[in-house]
Design a protein around this ligand. Structure first.
Ligand SMILES: Nc1ncnc2c1ncn2[C@@H]1O[C@H](COP(=O)(O)OP(=O)(O)OP(=O)(O)O)[C@@H](O)[C@H]1O
Length: 460
């Protein structure tokens, strides 16, 4: 395996770090919301009702093209310890998921191989690397051998819970959380085999207090690698940990997404990785009918919303606003008019967001008012209408086509048809709308929400 320390000093690394434009999200006190991938991932995980099964295309790049990757169709074919196999079955897993089929033989191979893996949320990545972590432990040695880094407390706990369940019959394997609130006795070395935690805490335990030997770590897992690499604080801490590791340590990077620069950076610091990418079916406009409604002003937009609300019978709608303030205003107005609506904005905690999403998913509210915080990743099957109360624009006020695609992709999922409605008040917003139309080369038709005939078109 390559030498991280040497490579990290490489000029190319610092160039890439610059390009990554670290911490672009640091302006916290803003009325605009930006989706945080770690939080989104956590929400999806907790909301998740099992394995996501979408059409996926697989892309594998590996260091040695002469030894083709093999994949497994059963967990038995992996020749795991009986106690581990028992744990997998006890979790209700019968067959490996797509990413597991492909990744597990490499993850468990001898000599160990490095891996960078990408696959959408809910496809079984956590289960795959947890299995690798558990199977690599040598229980005869009483010191940490596996480090698993997560960007947040909550995600670390989730991963630890998967490890505890999967390893429930491997009683001799000891696991410990390295997260806030976990105290250590600084006079004693840590004896647990697996440490799962956040980078700051692991740095303290491993480097500051020297409670375990970083050089004895044989497996290093970076979960949510994109968040870890692209966020300044995490990035620096991960580099410091990485620098201390033995060059022979198996490096495993997992993530639902990798920006180009993040992937370039990962490739640079992970020596000879096998790269597996399971690409999600792209958000598509194919089965979504798009409309725009001309409104005089904000009041006019509100009237349009009321008419739209009236024609939703079985489905549900998500309304996207530009700012938290507009979302709060719209929610208050609709509530005072007797409509039942939910609001989800970036000022809510993860627990509060879960609560809102749970209620919405169970149909308690027909309408969810939100900001860009919810533009990606979260799928709610019965959403039939997406309304852009404010069209998505970038900082210069120009059409943000990518966000538009993600927003309206919240409907029309699972092969169903969906409707997207854009509210227009002036020439500027009309221009944004026609730019979006041109960009996707897909007609956005005019809709008059005051006309019974028109409104029938969107009835669900
Ligand atoms: N082989 C399997 N068979 C059945 N269910 C599985 C299998 N592997 C994982 N699951 C279940 O599927 C769900 C998603 O798995 P997992 O959390 O590993 O996905 P993930 O890709 O790590 O998601 P995220 O990107 O959100 O972390 C979990 O509820 C998990 O228990």
């Amino acid at each position: 395996m390559g030498d991280w320390a040497k490579k990290a000093e490489d000029q190319e690394v610092s160039k890439l770090v610059d390009k990554l434009n670290l911490d672009s999200k640091s302006g916290e006190e803003t009325d605009f919301d930006v989706a945080d991938p770690a939080e989104t991932s956590l929400l999806i995980k907790i909301l998740g009702k099992g394995l996501v099964n979408t059409k996926l295309s697989l892309d594998i790049q590996q260091k040695n093209p002469n030894s083709p990757l093999h994949s497994v169709k059963t967990f038995e074919a992996l020749h795991l310890k009986a106690s581990l196999l028992k744990g997998i079955y006890a979790m209700g897993f019968n067959t490996p998921s797509k990413i597991q089929e492909t990744a597990l033989p490499t993850l468990l191979a001898d000599p160990p191989q490095n891996m960078i893996a990408q696959s959408q949320s809910g496809t079984g990545k956590t289960a795959a690397f947890v299995l690798a972590m558990l199977s690599r432990v040598n229980v005869a040695l009483n010191h940490p051998q596996v480090l698993c880094l997560s960007p947040t407390y909550e995600l670390a706990i989730q991963t630890g819970e998967v490890a505890a369940r999967m390893g429930q019959f491997c009683r001799e394997i000891k696991l410990r959380f390295a997260v806030r609130g976990e105290e250590v006795d600084r006079s004693k070395k840590i004896e647990e085999h697996i440490l799962i935690g956040t980078p700051g805490k692991l740095l303290d335990w491993g480097i500051k207090f020297r409670l375990f030997d970083m050089k004895k770590i044989t497996v290093f897992v970076l979960d949510e690698a994109d968040v870890m690499i692209a966020t300044q604080g995490h990035h620096d801490q991960c580099i410091r940990i990485h620098k201390m590791l033995n060059p022979h340590c198996q490096m495993l990077f997992f993530s639902a997404t990798y920006g180009k620069e993040v992937m370039d950076f990962a490739r640079l610091i992970v020596a000879d990785p096998t790269i597996i990418r399971l690409m999600r079916e792209e958000e598509s406009l194919e089965n979504i009918k798009q409309y725009y409604v001309k409104c005089k002003n904000e009041e006019g937009k509100y009237n349009a919303i009321q008419n739209i609300y009236g024609c939703i019978s079985v489905g549900q709608a998500i309304i996207f606003c530009h700012t938290r303030k507009t979302a709060a205003w719209l929610a208050a107005k609709m509530t005072s008019d007797g409509h039942s609506v939910a609001v989800l904005t970036g000022d809510l905690t993860v627990v509060q967001r879960l609560d809102v999403l749970d209620r919405f998913r169970s149909g308690l509210e027909k309408v969810l008012i939100t900001t860009n915080i919810l533009s990606r990743g979260i799928d709610i099957e019965q959403v039939t209408i997406v309304v852009n109360f404010d069209l998505p624009v970038d900082v210069d006020g120009k059409a943000d086509c990518e966000t538009y695609l993600h927003r309206i992709g919240r409907t029309g999922r699972f092969g169903k048809s969906g409707i997207a409605i854009n509210l227009i008040t002036d020439e500027k917003t009309m221009k944004v709308c026609s730019d979006i139309e041109k960009h996707f080369n897909k007609k956005i038709e005019v809709l008059n929400t005051d006309s019974a005939d028109d409104i029938e078109k969107i009835g669900t």
